[in-house]
Design a protein around this ligand. Structure first.
Ligand code: DGL
Length: 273
């Protein structure tokens, strides 16, 4: 969607919250960038953890989940949606934009900046099976990956480690070492973190690949693009007070609130979805 109808724009209010969601807690890595850049915007975050990981689900299943969450956030008066999930963006963003008349920001693995940054012409992409298999990812490679060698690696099980809050466990490190090895063997000097859960294990990825390899993720760029879109549409909040950030989760895990607070970096207000 490139523009809002006047009618709809007048209904959307600059004081309304921004809705952000992911298959689980990974999108909190994007939420942090949004909160830092736009500290006066109220934020609603949905962690669809009961259905995580999305990586092995069909596009139809993921689209159904995205519709349910979008309906929830729109009922809560969201003025814009951020799909803080590469897998959900690949599966469902077109259908979402066709269905809903509000700004919807998605995200994709940072192949373009990685292709521009690589010195030896070899980039690696760590992502979910769903993202790597998607038509959107194929189109991304076609557009931006033509002049570089792109080595991809699906990281099955890594989303679950982050969902459990296992950010520095030896088992998480072993999994990461296993997945980074093929990229290092091929000589990648730049690696894309193509899933929003992965920035939370960045220190372990750095440990696995060494200081010489550059890691790229898209959280900051998504926040900037969101700011630009809201600005264009006259929907940036003019509030001066600190924003409210509310988390919703359908996780059955006993430590769900603790994991969300751990990733958010402070005690989080967590409600049941
Ligand atoms: N954070 C999601 C992404 O960016 C993870 C998807 C999943 O649950 O597999 O792709």
């Amino acid at each position: 969607m490139t523009s809002l109808s006047l009618n709809k724009q007048s209904i959307l209010s600059r004081n309304s919250p921004i809705g952000v969601f992911d298959s689980g807690v990974g999108g909190i890595s994007v939420l942090k960038h949004i909160h830092t850049l736009l500290p006066h915007e109220n934020l609603l975050y949905v962690a669809d953890s009961k259905y995580a990981p999305y990586g092995g689900r069909t596009p139809a299943e993921i689209t159904a989940r995205c519709f349910e969450i979008a309906d929830f956030l729109i009922k809560k008066n969201a003025k814009a949606l951020v799909v803080a999930c590469n897998t959900a963006t690949a599966a469902a963003i077109d259908a979402m934009r066709a269905k809903y008349d509000l700004p919807i920001i998605g995200m994709e693995p940072a192949v373009k900046p990685a292709a521009a940054a690589t010195k030896n012409g070899i980039i690696g992409v760590l992502a979910t099976v769903g993202t790597l298999k998607s038509a959107q990812f194929a189109a991304l490679l076609e557009t931006y990956g033509r002049n570089v060698e792109v080595v991809t690696q699906a990281c099955v099980g890594l989303v679950e480690c982050v969902e459990r809050g296992e950010l520095s466990n030896s088992s998480t490190l072993e999994l990461i070492q296993q997945y980074c090895k093929p990229l290092l063997n091929e000589g990648a000097d730049t690696i894309v973190l193509g899933c929003t859960h992965y920035p939370f294990v960045r220190p372990l990825i750095e440990q696995a690949v060494g200081k010489e390899v550059a890691l790229i993720d898209t959280g900051a760029a998504v926040a900037k693009y969101l700011q630009k879109r809201l600005q264009e549409l006259g929907l940036l909040s003019k509030a001066k007070k600190a924003a409210e950030v509310v988390f919703y989760t359908n996780s059955d895990a006993e430590n769900a609130k603790q994991v969300i607070s751990q990733l958010w970096g402070q005690s989080a207000e967590v409600k049941r979805l």
